[in-house]
Write a protein of this length. Structure first.
Length: 211
């Protein structure tokens, strides 16, 4: 059974698979926080590879995607895979196959973006969702990547825009653009304060979801 990461950590579950010893391959991964909330996922075909290299490509892809998202910078990442060989490569640099040094170099180059990266092995039974994403990749002709907190960001943005609209209308009223005599300056300052407060709360809410 899948186990959540510790508080203030995020966990990627990875899977890469090939048809046959070396055949059409695909990779997949899912990112979750300590509440088990799904934050991101990907499913990508990667051409003809053996299964170990496909798994390695999945790990590198997860780190690249995390580094490209500023909300994940300085986070503590846990990367789980059910491939013993690949996890051994990540934790023991001297055991890494030289011909794939470019992939390992990419990981080393991106590590400073994060608080830490931990690589650990899990059994296949605990990696079902990542396995499902990888299997979907064989039917794709292009990359599928989704960040699932964007809908939360949209709600936060809407909450910010509502008091902003109220503030703009209040300014217009106070300048005499409309003949509403009951509008006073205190409404202008109140609406501006409300706008700032909602912006701050929306940011805190979004940051809490990511963590």
């Amino acid at each position: 059974m899948w186990s959540p990461p510790m508080i203030n950590s995020l966990k990627w579950n990875m899977d890469g698979s090939s048809i046959g010893k070396s055949g059409p391959s695909r990779i997949g991964g899912v990112l979750r926080n300590h509440h088990g909330h799904l934050l991101g996922m990907f499913s990508i075909p990667v051409g003809i590879l053996d299964s170990n290299i496909a798994e390695l490509r999945a790990i590198v892809k997860a780190i690249e995607l995390s580094a490209s998202n500023c909300l994940l910078h300085h986070q503590h990442l846990i990367i789980e895979s059910d491939y013993v060989n690949v996890i051994s490569w990540m934790n023991k640099p001297h055991s890494r196959p030289w011909k794939h040094h470019n992939l390992f170099s990419s990981v080393n180059r991106l590590k400073p973006y994060f608080g830490s990266i931990t690589f650990s092995h899990i059994f296949r039974e605990s990696n079902c969702m990542a396995d499902c994403m990888a299997k979907q990749g064989v039917r794709r002709s292009s990359e599928f990547v989704a960040w699932l907190w964007l809908h939360h960001f949209s709600v936060a943005l809407l909450l910010c825009l509502l008091p902003l609209c109220l503030w703009v209308i209040s300014v217009m009223f106070c300048r005499g653009m409309f003949s509403f005599e009951l509008i006073r300056m205190d409404i202008l300052w109140f609406s501006l304060l409300l706008f700032i407060l909602v912006c701050a709360l929306s940011y805190i809410w979004l940051f809490a979801i990511v963590r």
